[in-house]
Design a protein around this ligand. Structure first.
Ligand code: 2PG
Ligand code: MG
Length: 415
């Protein structure tokens, strides 16, 4: 496939930070067609993610390689991605920037799907199958992040929100995605009303991912509120957490409720919370290099194959780090963030490798998002177990949830 032109520009993300948007142009049946993609960025980033290049600088870098890209024909996603990787030449993608490489890789995927006359999720499914992996695709369960703590709370630095954990998620336990989405939206509104009564309206804010941020005094307080609201209305919802534990890792321990806990004390604390609030998944329970603490924790769930220990900063969508995590049995699910690795085909390769080792995959947005809905197609394409895209509110989050709804309806009309 020959790309006719690429326009790259700087736009603002949901936090008002600069990021990249790329428009790809190509001739299809005598007509010029174009597709637009943009990339998000994280706040609680893993140290082993590829480099995010300052977007203005990325524009300059792009000018240096644009002609080389346009001069070639590419026969596959992998060939295109490998070409970008070779132009960069570093494992951290620090020369061109992981964000620049990714926005181009996504543009190529979208254009290829258009050329093949298939939806993006089908294109990505075919690409994944190219890695010779067999898997039973499910329609991803959405993980809605309804209370924001830690680095995403916005209030933490002002000493008002004492949530050590970053994300308090609700996960619909229904197969029908459209039902799950409406339940989550109803729950979100109910939670808002409850919090406004409890803390008063002027104390209820939105965090980075559109979850509520209030002067909570403890993790338990937030969990208790969610759990009670679920129980009272018999909602088909369960609770998940992203601890983002690298953020609370201090002097070899973890700061919880103002106290420093050892990793085994922290594991005991989790066990208690899991039992009390019927939690079904925990992401990043320990800091980003603690492969062994992760595996000790996972070993507690031998009989509960339904409990997910999800690796995010630990594995950063990187095959090498995933290999270590698999060898050490550190988790049973991997969070997939395209921004962590920087190309669509490398992310697919990681998914294939995870599946071959019986891990689940959960696809994720970033806390600083754009209106791009690529990850919805990606999650369906790879038949991911789950997808997290923040609260069911705000356009940059709803773009993903609505795209999922569109795909859900499309798939179910056909069958
Ligand atoms: C995470 C992410 C997304 P960030 O920790 O999982 O929710 O946060 O994008 O800030 O790294
Ligand atoms: Mg995380």
């Amino acid at each position: 496939m020959r790309i006719k032109d690429i326009h790259l520009k700087v736009i603002l993300d949901s936090r008002g930070q600069s990021t990249l948007e790329a428009e790809f142009f190509a001739e299809l049946k005598g007509e010029t067609k174009s597709v637009i993609s943009s990339v998000p960025s994280g706040k609680s980033k893993g140290s082993y993610e590829v480099v995010f290049l300052e977007p203005q600088l990325a524009l300059e870098k792009f000018d240096q390689v644009k002609e080389k890209i346009l001069a070639r024909d590419f026969v596959s996603q992998k060939e295109f991605d490998d070409f970008l990787i070779s132009l960069d030449g570093t494992s951290s993608k620090k020369i061109l920037g992981g964000n620049l490489i990714l926005v181009l890789s996504m543009g190529f995927a979208r254009l290829s799907a258009l050329f093949q006359g298939i939806p993006l999720y089908q294109y990505l499914r075919k690409e994944l199958e190219g890695f010779e992996v067999s898997f039973i695709p499910v329609f991803p369960f959405p993980f809605f992040n309804v209370i924001n703590g830690g680095a995403h709370s916005g209030l933490r630095n002002e000493g008002k929100n004492f949530l050590d954990f970053q994300e308090f998620q609700i996960i619909p336990q229904v197969k029908d995605y459209s039902v799950g989405l409406s339940v989550a939206q109803e729950f979100y509104k109910k939670l808002q009303r409850f919090l406004e009564e409890k803390f008063s309206k002027d104390q209820v804010f939105l965090g980075d991912e559109a979850g509520f941020s209030c002067p909570f005094s403890s993790n338990e307080e937030a969990l208790e509120i969610i759990f009670e609201l679920i129980k009272k209305a018999h909602y088909p919802l369960k609770i998940g957490l992203d601890i983002a534990a690298s953020q609370i890792f201090e002097k070899g321990g973890y700061r919880i409720g103002g106290k420093l806990l050892s990793s085994s004390q922290l594991a005991d604390y989790y066990k208690d919370l899991i039992n009390r609030y019927e939690i079904i998944s925990i992401e990043d329970p320990f800091f980003e290099d603690s492969f062994d603490d992760f595996s000790n924790f996972l070993s507690l769930f031998k009989d509960a194959s339904n409990f997910l220990v999800i690796a995010d900063d630990l594995t950063v969508t990187n095959k090498e780090r995933l290999t270590t995590a698999i060898t050490k049995k550190s988790a049973n699910a991997i969070l997939i963030k395209l921004t962590q690795i920087g190309t669509v085909s490398e992310a697919l390769e990681v998914v294939a490798f995870a599946y071959k080792n019986n891990w689940k995959a959960v696809v994720s947005h970033r806390s600083g998002e754009t209106l791009d809905d690529f990850i919805a197609d990606f999650a369906v394409g790879i038949g991911a177990w789950g997808i997290k895209a923040g609260a069911p509110a705000k356009p940059e989050r709803m773009a993903k949830y609505y795209r999922l709804l569109e795909i859900w309806q499309e798939i179910n009309q056909k069958s």
